[in-house]
Design a protein around this ligand. Structure first.
Ligand SMILES: [Zn+2]
Length: 245
């Protein structure tokens, strides 16, 4: 596996050739061959935007899940906000990638507090992007959270049993397909529902060493924070400006 767009395109072709119809999470699962393409934006909206543009060229609509609780990006920042809205106009769905907050563990009624927090964050994201947010996925869920089989009125949960347990679920988490070769898995899979989770960060137009990608990502973050300091904090200019290329 080289995690190139060409390879991703071949994966889509295989899904279609294997009789799968590509669906969104909002639509009720039915007893036919349905594949759900899911992308969790754990690190970079720029990478997600690039993959979304590639999918648009393929005529594919998928679902991108956005973190609110992350230090890597800010969905409200002008560039990120515009990219996410553009992705929706391309035909993709945008959902919430929810991080369970530790203070909820202390709530007297955990389930209600969790449900309220998910709804509140979906409303926030919807307001930020001026888009309907009707789906969510969990970021690094604990087994206990997954066992909840949480049903939230008006929202689809990518971990709900129709998408997660009744069918199959394969993922490229940490640049590694736990299912083994995904092409072989899809070719041999005879069930009705298949969720394919890919993280846009790992996918590139050309092959990239994942360690190199991570190092470049950290460098880009540092450059971005330095530029923000110079533009937004007056005093920082005299400290950092000469250090910028
Ligand atoms: Zn995640």
């Amino acid at each position: 596996m080289d995690f190139t767009y060409r390879e991703y395109g071949t994966l889509i072709e295989l899904l279609r050739a294997s009789g799968f119809t590509l669906e969104k999470f909002q639509q009720a699962p039915v007893e036919e061959r349905k594949a759900y393409l899911r992308h969790d934006i754990d690190m970079s909206i720029e990478d997600a935007f690039r993959l979304a543009s590639f999918e648009e060229q393929l005529g594919v609509g998928s679902t991108y899940y956005v973190l609110l609780d992350t230090g890597f990006y800010n969905a409200m920042a002008a560039g990120s906000n515009a990219r996410l809205r553009s992705m929706a106009y391309m035909g993709h769905d945008i959902g919430l990638h929810y991080v369970q907050r530790s203070h909820l563990d202390e709530a007297p009624d955990y389930d209600s507090a969790l449900l309220a927090d998910i709804c509140r964050q979906c409303t926030l994201l919807s307001e930020m992007l001026d888009l309907e947010i009707a789906t969510f996925s969990f970021h690094r869920p604990t087994p206990q959270l997954l066992q909840k089989k949480l049903i939230v009125p008006g929202l689809s949960n990518a971990y709900a049993s129709p998408y997660f347990e009744q069918g199959a679920y394969i993922s490229d988490s940490n640049h590694h397909w736990r299912c083994g070769d995904p092409f072989a898995f899809i070719s041999e899979f005879s069930g009705s529902s298949l969720q394919v989770l890919t993280h846009p960060f790992w996918w590139n137009p050309d092959p990239v060493d994942p360690r190199r990608k991570l190092r470049d990502f950290v460098d880009r973050l540092a450059d971005s924070h330095r530029a923000t300091l110079i533009h937004d904090v007056g005093l920082a200019a005299s400290v950092f400006e000469k250090a910028l290329p």
